[in-house]
Design a protein around this ligand. Structure first.
Ligand code: PMT
Length: 399
């Protein structure tokens, strides 16, 4: 899966003939694993229906600034906060002008002003309108504010003119969106990551485990690969696809994970322990399925190796070691203590009591704790949290 996987993308479609390509764009974004919500400007609804976009995205389509059904009637703020990325495609000359002026006179422009997420614009208009000095000034304004410009393409236009101003084809827009996540922060570095749960066999059909889905670890693997690192991902049993350009090592038990970690971590630049390793395993695994005898079952458990602590003590210790602390109470105290006890450079404190930050959630909110200080990372998708962790690790690596 590429960089759009699990990313929350807000697609805003403005009113031009190219609006129909929005349908294909939604389909492709979904194919790339993105979670897509759609805004249609009033003009766009003349070309494409909210129902079409709803059917393709699987989410209600948004058309009105004042939305009675949204919590506290502030649908535009909720949408603005929800997005990891907003893309306006097609963006007409009028929308580009209104964005440049910072107007907030409909849902699309209001959300573009209110969102903390990065914004991309894919223009589509007549070639003469594109070439006009007013449009070019407006585009320069947007680019100077950090808005990503995608296209336009050149060629034959719906009006019969030939020249620049066509909306880029949806697959080229996807490619451009992907490239924005390609940073070179960890260029050539070797990163080893553990992810997911481990399973500790009781008998051939039963095991002890936990609720880790692997999403956090896989998001980190994807973010490290996008930052140019060579990534080895040691994963317990999960249902996720390996991210692009990541070498996957599938394991089941903590002992298997430990063996793989010690072998792969030697001489690595960064080791990240995102796995929820079972702390205990049955002292003995029964060779046959245990039968019920009506008087309960006693299992003797023995401790599993502490993988990250062993990696920290190994002769080929990676330059940087980062672990997670999944806690249900006294988050920061426990996390600080774990960082020191396990010999880590960074610990990422993760409150797993809150529903939005617990195992399996697509979002997280964490604290980064290092020797240098502590910093909260506000609630965001695991993709965005992973990118922030990667940026912090890259900074620590060169410090
Ligand atoms: O997988 P998700 O559904 O996306 O959920 C993400 C997560 C909650 C699993 C993840 O963000 C997280 O917090 N992972 C660590 C969970 C955990 O087991 O925490 P811990 O406090 O028990 O362990 C502390 C650190 O030691 C962790 O880096 C852990 O990987 C490591 N550890 C723990 C035990 C052990 N035997 N060996 C280890 O290496």
């Amino acid at each position: 899966m590429g960089h759009l996987n699990q990313r929350r993308i807000l697609l805003a479609i403005s009113g031009g003939i190219a609006a129909y390509k929005g349908a294909e764009l939604v389909r492709l974004l979904k194919k790339h694993g993105a979670i897509v919500k759609v805004i249609l400007s009033r003009g766009a609804t003349e070309f494409i229906t909210p129902l079409t976009m709803q059917a393709l995205s699987g989410e209600p389509t948004h058309t009105e600034l004042l939305d009675e059904t949204a919590e506290a009637g502030m649908g535009h703020i909720e949408l603005a906060r929800w997005a990891d990325l907003m893309i306006i495609a097609p963006a007409t000359a009028d929308v580009i002008a209104r964005l440049a002026q910072g107007r907030a006179d409909d849902l699309l422009t209001t959300v573009a002003l209110a969102t903390p997420a990065p914004v991309a614009v894919a223009p589509a208009m007549n070639q003469q309108m594109w070439a006009h000095a007013a449009t070019q000034d407006n585009i320069q304004q947007l680019v100077s504010r950090g808005i990503q410009l995608i296209g336009p393409d050149a060629g034959e236009q719906a009006c019969g003119d030939v020249g620049p101003g066509r909306l880029l084809e949806p697959d080229s827009i996807i490619m451009a969106l992907n490239t924005r996540y390609e940073t070179r922060l960890l260029e050539g570095k070797r990163v080893v990551i553990t992810a997911g749960p481990t399973r500790e066999a009781i008998d051939p059909v039963r095991y002890l485990s936990n609720h880790s889905s692997g999403k956090m670890g896989y998001a980190l693997a994807s973010a490290c690969a996008a930052a140019g690192a060579n990534v080895e991902l040691i994963s317990g049993p999960v249902t996720l696809e390996a991210p692009d350009r990541v070498v996957l090592h599938s394991v089941t038990s903590a002992e298997e994970m430990c063996e793989a970690a010690l072998a792969l971590a030697e001489g690595a630049d960064i080791f990240i322990g995102a796995a929820a390793v079972a702390d205990y395993r049955p002292a003995v695994m029964a060779n046959e399925k245990l039968k019920k005898h009506g008087d309960g079952l006693e299992l003797r458990l023995i401790e599993n190796p502490d993988i990250i602590a062993r990696v920290a003590q190994s002769p080929g210790r990676p330059t940087l070691l980062a672990g997670f602390a999944a806690e249900t109470h006294d988050l920061l105290e426990h996390a600080r203590e774990k960082r020191i006890r396990k010999g880590l450079d960074m610990i990422i404190a993760n409150d797993v009591m809150a529903p939005e930050t617990t195992f399996g959630s697509d979002q997280n909110a964490v604290y980064l704790i290092t020797d240098l200080g502590e910093a909260p990372l506000a609630l965001a998708s695991k993709r965005v949290i992973a990118e922030q962790i990667v940026a912090a690790l890259a900074a620590q690596l060169v410090a």
